[in-house]
Design a protein around this ligand. Structure first.
Ligand SMILES: [Zn+2]
Length: 68
């Protein structure tokens, strides 16, 4: 089981209605989902935050950098 976790949730996340954790049976699906979500968050959200994916064991964390 692989879990994609949005580690830090800014205001945009709360407004989006996304789940903070989503689990997958296989890693490819989890990776795909994590990257798509990360790209979406970077493109569609406030732009004040920069998101990136980090793998830790069976979890994929979507982490956040404050830009500027
Ligand atoms: Zn934001």
């Amino acid at each position: 089981m692989y879990t994609v976790i949005v580690e830090k949730q800014c205001g945009c996340f709360k407004k989006s209605g996304h789940e903070a954790e989503t689990s997958f049976d296989n890693k490819d699906d989890a990776l795909l989902f994590a990257n798509e979500r990360k790209n979406f968050m970077n493109d569609e959200w406030c732009g004040k935050h920069n998101f990136f994916v980090e793998e830790t064991g069976s979890d994929l964390l979507i982490k956040m950098n404050m830009a500027g």
